[in-house]
Design a protein around this ligand. Sequence first.
Ligand code: AMP
Length: 117
Amino acid sequence: MNESSEKNIFQRIIDREIPADIVYETDQVLAFRDIQPQAPVHLLVIPKTPLPSLADVDASHQELLGRLLVAAAELARREGLQQGYRVVINCGRQGGQEVPHLHLHLLGGRDLSWPPG
Ligand code: AMP
């Protein structure tokens, strides 16, 4: 297996090996539109550094996690989500995480029900 085929899909987006609709980028954070949107606005906000899931986070990631949330709030404003939105982190198999690279889902543009299924 070569290095490229071992990478998860989000790492390949970070490395510009596959295309994505990128809407935000800083030195540490990338955001792009979800390929299967579950709401009129569905963005994924990710760290550029490899970090599989929230379960792998420790105190050394505190600033990075803040940057991810600040990016989500900024993007919500840019996307016109003044009426509200939801930020979700799926963690692990039972949490519904499919891609092993930490990501925040930013969902908005419709009424969102609670609790999730
Ligand atoms: P999760 O289930 O929390 O791991 O969410 C993974 C998300 O990544 C899903 O909402 C997918 O639709 C989305 N996704 C998978 N591949 C891509 C891709 N190439 N570009 C954008 N979004 C993707």
